[in-house]
Design a protein around this ligand. Structure first.
Ligand code: IMP
Ligand code: MG
Length: 172
């Protein structure tokens, strides 16, 4: 398997859309403190660009989860890395690379919610709504994409291709 020669979303398109999202988020959270919780590993590239485009103070932390049997429904989710920031009373923005079934993101949302933050919102670079199984409120979406496996800009196929600046479809 390898990335398509032509990108489906270019680095320039990602940069422009990330700036728009960052501006919208900065507006929505004006006068409030903000903690980004990036979902490892895939969202670390996007979260880094997003926070630098915000033009305001923001804290960063990380969460990493693994869905057992992620390809079928209702997989149990295990947390491998958890935020060390005390999130109680804070405004939290979860940053995802791609929402697929939404099962992982829904579990992460509940895990963070349990800390009783002042608010929790979700931002994802890519959304594949046709694949959704979990009920999920998504507040900020970069791009809606078809049900095709993509790599690059942090997203991997068996740990490969995260370093690509553009987003590509995975091909045979
Ligand atoms: P979900 O629980 O099915 O929503 O799984 C979401 C996770 O699966 C994402 O955070 C990614 O790590 C991974 N994933 C889903 N679709 C893709 C894709 O097209 N490329 C790379 N990773 C993906
Ligand atoms: Mg992955």
């Amino acid at each position: 398997m390898r990335p398509s020669k032509e990108p489906v979303i270019t680095a320039a398109q990602i940069r422009d859309r990330t700036r728009e999202l960052a501006t919208q988020i900065a507006d929505d959270y004006a006068g409030k403190d903000l903690v980004l919780v990036a979902v490892l590993k895939g969202a670390f590239v996007f979260a880094g660009d997003l926070m630098r485009a915000m033009g305001r103070d923001v804290e960063a932390d990380f969460i990493r989860a693994r869905s057992y049997d992620g390809t079928s429904s209702a997989g149990a989710v295990e947390f491998l890395i958890e935020p060390t920031t005390i999130l109680r009373g804070r405004h939290v923005l979860i940053v995802e690379d791609v929402l697929d079934t939404g099962i992982t993101a829904a579990a992460i949302y509940e895990r963070i919610r349990a800390q009783e933050p002042a608010s929790v919102a979700m931002c994802t670079l890519l959304d594949k709504p046709s694949r959704r199984q979990a009920t999920l409120d998504v507040d900020y979406v970069g791009f809606v994409v078809d049900d095709r496996f993509v790599v690059g800009y942090g997203m991997d196929y068996y740990e490969q291709f995260r370093q690509l600046p553009d987003i590509h479809v995975l091909e045979d």
